[in-house]
Design a protein around this ligand. Structure first.
Ligand code: SAM
Length: 233
């Protein structure tokens, strides 16, 4: 059922072992590592599939609200893990980390980020080609708003990076202006990010990003760094 969302009351109640069995004991909310990167509205999972073998020591998670799309990504990951597990030891085409560091959950990221993640748990949050909600009366449904930025700032650690990419100029301006205005985020000039393989993947590895590329569309990028909390100074 599309209307029933399953989410923990708090991060301590989250069973991560289902998602990362190589890293968490059965039933555990804590392990040797914690999820550090979240792809919000991950769609079909292209970013995660590209980044997981590149950063095998980082636990990354896709969050997707559509049931069938979440299931598709879960199947994709399960299949990749199975392939890795059946490769002979030292196979040249083996993906580092065996795809054990990537998972997906069905979640409404506009409501439940703090249910899944503790304060400062994340070091990267991605908003890649989010739904534009063009009509003015629907803009409050956009995934980046002032109220929601407070929640994303809460789960992002100081120094963490929020990546936004879109092909819709108006949405780019909306997201960037809200982030610029927010006291806990600082703009990172895109030139400073040049050569960042993560930004490169964020621009090109998602299914939506590929579609925009095929259609020769523009891509608008804006990255922001999470600043320290004022009371920490
Ligand atoms: N990021 C992917 C890409 O670049 O290919 C998907 C882009 S797609 C246009 C936007 C995705 O965000 C959709 O799959 C949609 O179901 C998902 N989404 C929208 N609102 C969401 C929410 N509140 N929480 C989680 N996912 C959401």
């Amino acid at each position: 059922n599309d209307h029933v969302l399953d989410y923990p009351q708090s991060p301590e109640e989250m069973d991560w072992s289902v998602h990362y069995p190589a890293y968490f004991e059965a039933g555990a909310s804590r392990g040797e590592k914690a999820v550090e990167w979240a792809d919000v509205g991950c769609g079909f999972g292209g970013l995660l599939m590209a980044l997981a073998p590149q950063f095998p020591d980082t636990l990354m998670l896709g969050m997707e609200i559509r049931v069938s799309v979440t299931q598709y990504v879960a199947d994709r990951i399960a299949h990749a893990r199975q392939v890795e597990a059946t490769l002979p030891a030292g196979a040249p085409d083996a993906r580092p980390g065996g795809m054990q560091n990537v998972s997906v959950i069905r979640a409404n990221s506009m409501k439940h980020m703090p249910n899944f993640f503790a304060k400062g748990q994340l070091s990267k949050v991605f908003f890649l080609f989010p739904d534009p909600h063009f009509k003015t009366r629907k803009q409050k449904a956009r995934i980046v708003t002032t109220a929601l930025l407070a929640e994303y700032a809460y789960v992002l650690r100081p120094g963490g990076i929020c990546y936004t990419v879109t092909d819709v100029k108006d949405l780019h301006e909306w997201m960037a202006s809200h982030l610029h205005k927010h006291p806990l985020f600082e703009y990172i000039p895109t030139e400073e990010m040049a050569g960042d393989p993560i930004l490169e993947a964020a621009r090109t590895a998602t299914e939506e990003g590929r579609k925009v590329e095929r259609n020769g569309g523009d891509k608008w990028v804006a990255c922001f760094r999470r600043l320290p909390d004022p009371e920490d100074d």
